[in-house]
Design a protein around this ligand. Structure first.
Ligand code: C2E
Ligand code: MG
Ligand code: MG
Length: 556
C-alpha cells in the first residue's frame, strides 16, 4: 500500500488537528527512534528519542512504527509505564520536503489511559528480561555477530545521536562493498568470505575510531562509516582498498574494495537516505575501474529528486501529457522505413527531456510501469489509426513491454481491447520484450506471449546479445524477430571473432524463420558489414535518432 503523502505544512496542520483528539500526536522517524520537530518556519528538525515519552531508556521491542514503516500499513501497540497505558496508532506517511525530496516517516497518535489493574504486559517483560542481561544483552542487540560492528538499526540510532551532539561538525557518510563478493564465497568457501569481512571490519573500525566517527556492517559485504568531514581523507579509503586487495586476492581472483562518499549537507534527512546517497555514488564505481572511490554529486541529487517526483506525481504527470511517445524509424538498408519503435520520453516543466533510463527502472520498482506502458501502447495504436488511409498506412509501430506488465495487468486483454477500440489490425502493433524479462519469468510470460502470437501479434525479442542470451529461450519462445543489440560490435568493430558470432546469429535466426533487425547502427561501415551478412532491417542513429511524432511525420 502507498503511504499517504504530506508536505511539511500539511503535516503541521494534521498534527495540530490530531492533538485535539489524542494525548500525543507526533511524527517520528522510527529507524532512528527520533521525534521530528516541525518549526513555525516550516523547518524540520530532530527532537527527543521517541521512547522517552513512556520512560523507556532503549528501543522498544516490536516497535509498531518500525513495522508500519516497513509494511506501509497501519499498526497498533500498547506500551505500559507506571500506571499508564500508551495506546499507539502508527500510520506510515511520506513527508515531502520543500526541495521535492520525500522521506518515509510515521505519524503516531497516542492515547494515554490509566490502567493500574493491568498485569505487566508481555512487552514489558521482554524489556525487563533484556535489562536483566544488562550490558551483554544490549551488546548483542546492537552488534553484528560476525564483525562485531554495529548493525544497521543501531547505526541509524547512534549516527543520529552523533549528528545531534555535534551540530557544528560537517559529516561524511561512506558506504563500501566488495565487487562480486558472492564469488569469494563460491570460489573459496564461506569461511574465507567471513575472514575477509572480519578483516575489512577491522580496518574500517580502526579508521572511524581514529577519526571519532562510527561504523557499521549494514548488510552482507556492505559497511557504512560516518566520519567527521575534517578527518575524512581519500587516502585513508585508498589504503583500505589496497590492503584488502592484498589480503583477499590470489592468482585467480582479484578482490576489489570500493567506496561511495556523500558529504552530508542537510542533517535533517534520515540516516537511511544518507546511506542511500552514498550507495548511489558507490554504484557508479565500475567493477573494473582503477578508481575505488566515487562521490555523490548534484547530478545524482537531481536524479534522486526526479525519481521521487515521478513516483509521487506519476498520475498527474501522465494526465498532463508529460510522458511522450517518440518514434525511431526502422528501415531497410537504404534508409526506407517500414515502421518505427515507440520510445517514451518524459518532458519536464522546463522543457528538458528525460530519457527512459532515468525512470523506467524506478517505475518498475514502484509497481507503476504497466500504467506507463499501456499509456504508450495506446499512443501507438492511436497513431496507427490516424495513419490509416494516408501514405503512412503501411508502417508498423513496435512497442516495448516490461516483464512486470505481465504480473500487473491482463496484457492480452489490454492489447486486444486497444486494437479493437481503434480498429487497428493485430499485425500493425509489434511487441518487444527483452530476453531478460523472458528468462526471469519464463513460464508466466511464455503463456501470454503464445496467446498473443496466436491472436496475430508479431513478437520481437529485444536487446538480444546484451544480457546472457540463451539458446533454450530461443527454442521456447516462438518469436518472429530477433533484435540484435550492436553493443558488442561497437567495442571491437574489427574483431574477427565478433563478426563471426554476429554473422552466425543472423544466419541461425533466419534458419529458424525469424527476421533479424540490428539496433544501434551508427556508421555506414557497420551498415555495410551487416548488410553483407544478410541483415535486412536496421535501426540506429545512422538513419535517425528517436523523433517527436510530428517530426517523424515531416521526415517520412
Ligand atoms: P530499447 O527498446 O532497446 O530501445 C533502443 C534504445 O537504443 C533507445 O534508447 C534508442 O534511442 C537507442 N538507440 C537507437 N539507435 C541507437 C544508436 O545508433 N546508438 C546508440 N548508442 N543508441 C541507439 P532509449 O530511447 O533511451 O530507450 C532505452 C530503453 O528504455 C529501451 O531500449 C527500452 O528498453 C526502454 N524503453 C523505452 N521506452 C519504453 C516504454 O515505453 N516502455 C518500457 N517498458 N520500456 C521502454
Ligand atoms: Mg525496444
Ligand atoms: Mg533494444
Amino acid at each position: 500500500m502507498k503511504p499517504a503523502e504530506y508536505t511539511v505544512s500539511e503535516m503541521r496542520d494534521l498534527l495540530d488537528k490530531m492533538s485535539g483528539m489524542y494525548n500525543i500526536a507526533r511524527v517520528v522517524n522510527p529507524m532512528e527512534a527520533r521525534v521530528l520537530e516541525i518549526g513555525d518556519d516550516g523547518r524540520v528538525g530532530m527532537s527527543d528519542k521517541c521512547y522517552k515519552v513512556w520512560g523507556a531508556d532503549q528501543r522498544c521491542t516490536n516497535c509498531s512504527s518500525t513495522t508500519a514503516c516497513i509494511s506501509g500499513c497501519h499498526r497498533e501497540k500498547k506500551e505500559h509505564y507506571q500506571d499508564n497505558v500508551f495506546n499507539i496508532h502508527s500510520n506510515p506517511v511520506k513527508l515531502i520536503m520543500d526541495n521535492g525530496a520525500s522521506y518515509e516517516a510515521v505519524v503516531e497518535l497516542i492515547n494515554i489511559t490509566s490502567d493500574s489493574e493491568a498485569e505487566a504486559p508481555e512487552e514489558e517483560n521482554d524489556r525487563a528480561a533484556e535489562n536483566v542481561g544488562g550490558a551483554a544483552a544490549r551488546y548483542y542487540a546492537y552488534h553484528d555477530n560476525l564483525t562485531k560492528l554495529l548493525d544497521i538499526d543501531a547505526f541509524y540510532e547512534f549516527a543520529r545521536e552523533k549528528l545531534l551532539d555535534t551540530p557544528d561538525t560537517e559529516w561524511t557518510m561512506v558506504v563500501s562493498d566488495i565487487t562480486d563478493f558472492r564469488m569469494i564465497n563460491n570460489l573459496f568457501g564461506i569461511g574465507r568470505g567471513n575472514e575477509i569481512l572480519i578483516k575489512a571490519a577491522e580496518l574500517i573500525s580502526e579508521l572511524t575510531e581514529r577519526a571519532g566517527g562510527l561504523s557499521a556492517r549494514i548488510r552482507d559485504d556492505r559497511f557504512a562509516m560516518l566520519i567527521p568531514g575534517d578527518s575524512f581523507s581519500r587516502e585513508d579509503l585508498d589504503d583500505i582498498a589496497r590492503v584488502m586487495t592484498e589480503y583477499g586476492s590470489n592468482g585467480v581472483y582479484k578482490l576489489r574494495f570500493r567506496f561511495g562518499v556523500y558529504s552530508i549537507g542537510d542533517t535533517v534527512i534520515p540516516v537511511s537516505v544518507m546511506i542511500d546517497r552514498a550507495k548511489t555514488a558507490l554504484a557508479t564505481v565500475k567493477s573494473d575501474a582503477r578508481e575505488a572511490v566515487a562521490y555523490y554529486d548534484d547530478e545524482m541529487l537531481r536524479r534522486e529528486i526526479f525519481e521521487h517526483r515521478v513516483i509521487s506525481r506519476f498520475e498527474s504527470m501522465l494526465n498532463e501529457g508529460r510522458f511522450r511517445m517518440y518514434l525511431q524509424p526502422l528501415t531497410d538498408e537504404n534508409g526506407k522505413p517500414f515502421g518505427a519503435e515507440a520510445l517514451v520520453r518524459c518532458i519536464r516543466e522546463d522543457g528538458t527531456i528525460v530519457p527512459p533510463a532515468d525512470f523506467i527502472g524506478t517505475l518498475e520498482d514502484a509497481g507503476l510501469i504497466h500504467e506507463l506502458d499501456s499509456y504508450v501502447w495506446e499512443q501507438a495504436v492511436r497513431q496507427l489509426s490516424l495513419w490509416k488511409g494516408t501514405e503512412r498506412e503501411d508502417l508498423i509501430i513496435s512497442v516495448n513491454m516490461s516483464g512486470r506488465d505481465f504480473f500487473s495487468m491482463d496484457v492480452f486483454e489490454v492489447l486486444t481491447g486497444l486494437l479493437d477500440r481503434y480498429g487497428v489490425s493485430r499485425d500493425k502493433l509489434r511487441l518487444e520484450i527483452t530476453e531478460t524479462a523472458l528468462i526471469d519469468d519464463m513460464d508466466e510470460v511464455n503463456d501470454v506471449i503464445l496467446r498473443l502470437r496466436d491472436e496475430g501479434f508479431y513478437i520481437e525479442i529485444d536487446d538480444f546479445g546484451k544480457g546472457y542470451s540463451s539458446l533454450s529461450m530461443l527454442r521456447n519462445i516462438p518469436a518472429d524477430m530477433l533484435k540484435l543489440d550492436m553493443g558488442f560490435l561497437h567495442e571491437s568493430e574489427d574483431d574477427v571473432r565478433c563478426r563471426i558470432i554476429v554473422g552466425a546469429v543472423i544466419k541461425m535466426a533466419r534458419d529458424i524463420d525469424m527476421d533479424v533487425l540490428v539496433e544501434g547502427v551508427e556508421t555506414e561501415r557497420q551498415l555495410r558489414t551487416l548488410a553483407g551478412m544478410g541483415c535486412r532491417c536496421f535501426q540506429g542513429y545512422y538513419f535517425s535518432k528517436p523523433l517527436p511524432v510530428e517530426e517523424f511525420e515531416k521526415r517520412y
